[in-house]
Design a protein around this ligand. Structure first.
Ligand code: 1YM
Length: 670
């Protein structure tokens, strides 16, 4: 009524003006609409440009994208709870209790805020003046519109200022139901529900609960105070887990170290922020927080993040951290006469030994470099992190002299081990066995010198080694037999590791040295294949080798160069022809197919040594026929825990791991 009256009272000019404005809005709306559909169509045509892969990681990327918007709302201080559910039929629902995405019309696009966010590429949170602090994820951060473009349908419900609003898109972002007010509410927040498009994600549209859970656990650790509930409703009984850490990365470090023996209980925590120009005359803040804790082990575990994205390749934040801890410990050690004037300074690696640390920065304009674009490049970050850690870590040492002494003693012992290892290495080198030109006598090398086509089989036992040598392709396949167990590097210092002959052979054969100097460009094989028996000893040797690679040649694992051979468990001979089974299930299938009577003789391979060269070749080594497992470490932190659990001092986590891995105990020999 009110409106009508007003319109009646408008002057002709006013009416004309209003009509003109409407037309303009219509035109802008139509223009936007065309742009929108072109934009979203581009995403559908080349999804790889936006989400890198349409395989399983890309599918999960959609979830991170929507969750990131909710997390940003939490970082801005408006949202406390985020619920992420996998619904039946692999539909995802993400809910938050923030302000709700704006529902008003955005002048530039002529669309509501919600429609803008979900249909315009890179709309992000930047439209409208004076938006809050908004970081772009970089690796993620492609925006909710990309999720919409790659979904068969997507629904958004916004609860805001007393109203509930709803909109729906279908077929890759076409508006199905325009944003409209559904009714009243007292709630506040945003709910997004979507179903990924199977014509885009051709490999799989099946979400992995563990992947989502692990990612969200990490997100909760990195954003203290945010409560994240993850739920899987696909099974008969729903699964639900809650992640909520008021201690943030301090708790994260303690969690990573939970099965390790600590040097002392305290987690050292540093934080700070600095204002920077972010262009366009606007100012933003760079925040940095660092948590660290020493354990009594020998490895360094430093994990870094920028805007909640794991910077696997490190970068300026890690450099600043390393500079600062090295400087602080050296100064402290010298001033307190733990290090004499004539003694060599402690190195960054000495200071990092046994250190678990998380570095988390937030940057309004991050630059990523490196092969996988996971290396932070912004140079100003180096000084900021170094300044924060330099001052606050130093203060910690001054305020806690007892703990400072423990740290210095630990670092000094690392330095001593390094010096001893250097001497040992020089001795070994003089003897000739570690020299890269002198390959181990036990190695049957291949003739090709092109690493890309070369394979190194590390084989358990001399007899299997002999069969492997005879059954191999001499041009591309090299064999290194191992005698017995190799050293558990998790419980040994560097010096002993160097003096171990089996390890020395592996290092020399592979040819890239070991960390910190490991050089992947020098390795002689791009496939390192662990071939052990299918029994408990074999599993043990395998895990020892993997631990060694993880600690000393990690890039091998990161690049996916390490494989596990899959020898058969059974051989069935039928009318003179061999049939091989690689699992118990497969054996049952073969028995059925061949219609074997019970009691038919079936050979159970106890070890690789029982196979003759021809059999070993045709079941396990021939690239045309064989099946191998590729070892990959997707998440460094989970791998770190798995190795500590398996190889560390505590027995309980090891037992638990073995219980969880039925495969491992199933092959227990009587
Ligand atoms: C389940 C997903 O997207 N929540 C969400 C998103 C936004 C806001 C609140 C928000 C942001 C701002 C102001 C701002 C976004 N808004 C925009 C844009 N959850 C989810 N919650 N008011 C509300 O950044 O200024 C983009 S994301 F651009 F519309 F402001």
């Amino acid at each position: 009524m009110e409106e009508e009256k007003k319109e009646n009272e408008m002057s002709i000019d006013q009416v004309k003006e209003a009509e003109l404005a409407d037309e303009k809005a219509d035109a802008s709306y139509t223009a936007t609409n065309i742009q929108v559909l072109e934009g979203l169509e581009a995403v559908r045509k080349r999804p790889g440009m936006y989400i890198a892969t349409t395989a399983s990681p890309g599918l999960h990327h959609l979830v991170w994208e929507i969750v990131d918007n909710a997390v940003d709302e939490a970082l801005a201080g408006y949202c406390k709870n985020i619920h992420v559910s996998i619904l039946k039929d692999n539909v995802i629902r993400v809910e938050d209790d923030g302000r709700g995405i704006p529902v008003d019309t955005v002048s530039k696009s002529g669309l509501s805020g919600v429609e803008t966010v979900f249909t315009i590429l890179h709309a992000g949170g930047k439209f409208g003046a004076g938006g809050g602090y908004k970081v772009s994820g970089g690796l993620h951060g492609v925006g909710a519109s990309v999720v919409n473009a790659l979904s068969v349908w997507l629904e958004v419900t916004v609860y805001k200022d007393g109203g509930e609003y709803f909109t729906r898109f279908k077929d890759g972002g076409h508006v199905d139901v325009h944003l409209h007010r559904v009714g009243d509410t007292t709630k506040s927040g945003t709910t997004v529900v979507f179903k990924p498009d199977a014509t885009i994600f051709t490999e799989t549209t099946e979400f992995n609960y563990e992947t989502i859970r692990d990612h969200l656990r990490q997100t909760a650790y990195l954003n203290k105070g945010v409560r994240i509930v993850v739920r899987d409703e696909r099974g008969e009984e729903p699964i639900e887990e809650v992640f909520h850490y008021n201690g943030g990365i301090k708790e994260y470090v303690a969690y990573i170290n939970k099965n390790k023996t600590l040097l002392f209980d305290d987690v050292i925590y540093c934080e700070g922020r600095e204002q920077v120009d972010i262009g366009g005359g606007e100012k933003g803040y760079i925040y940095a927080e660092i948590a660290m804790q020493y354990n009594d082990g020998y490895s360094a575990n430093v994990f870094s993040f920028c805007n909640n994205v794991n910077t696997h390749e490190g970068g300026t934040h890690e450099e600043g951290f390393r500079l600062a801890i090295t400087r602080v410990v050296n100064n402290y050690a010298r001033e307190n006469k733990f290090l004499k004037d004539n003694e060599e300074s402690l190195t960054a690696d000495d200071v990092r030994e046994g250190l678990t640390a998380i570095i988390s920065v937030r940057h309004p304009n991050p630059q990523y470099e490196g092969q996988t674009k996971t290396k932070l490049g912004n140079s100003e970050v180096r000084k900021i992190v170094s300044g924060i850690v330099g001052e606050q870590f130093n203060r910690f040492l001054l305020e806690n002299p007892k703990l400072a002494r423990l740290i210095v003693a630990k670092v000094l012992s690392a330095a001593n081990a390094r010096l001893a290892a250097r001497t040992a290495r020089e001795q070994v080198r003089r003897k000739g066995s570690l020299e890269l030109t002198t390959l181990p006598g036990k190695l049957a090398d291949c003739s090709s010198k092109n690493p890309e086509e070369c394979e190194l089989f590390i084989v358990e036992g001399n007899s299997a080694g002999g069969s492997a040598k005879d059954g191999r392709n001499r041009r591309t396949q090299a064999i290194l037999p191992l005698r017995g167990k190799i050293l558990n590097v998790e419980k040994t210092n560097v010096q002993k590791i160097f003096n171990n002959a089996e390890i020395g052979n592996i290092i020399t054969a592979i040819g890239g040295g070991i960390s910190p100097e490991f050089d992947i460009s020098k390795i002689r094989y791009h496939k390192i294949i662990i071939m052990t028996d299918a029994d408990v000893d074999g599993s043990h040797i395998r895990i020892l080798l993997l631990t060694f690679f993880y600690r000393f040649m990690r890039p091998l694992l990161e690049n996916g160069y390490v494989y596990i051979a899959q020898p058969p468990l059974y051989k069935v001979e039928y009318h003179g022809k061999p049939y091989y089974a690689y699992s118990d299930q497969q054996l049952e299938v073969i028995k059925k197919q061949l219609n074997l009577k019970p009691g038919y003789a079936i050979q159970r391979y106890k070890g690789l040594g029982e196979m003759n060269p021809e059999q070993l070749k045709e079941t396990t080594m021939d690239p045309e026929i064989r099946k191998m497992l590729r070892v990959n470490i997707q998440d460094g932190i989970d791998a770190e825990q798995a190795f500590t659990d398996l190889m560390g001092d505590n027995v309980e986590p090891r037992k638990e791991f073995i219980h969880k891995n039925a495969q491992f105990v199933k092959n227990l020999d009587a």
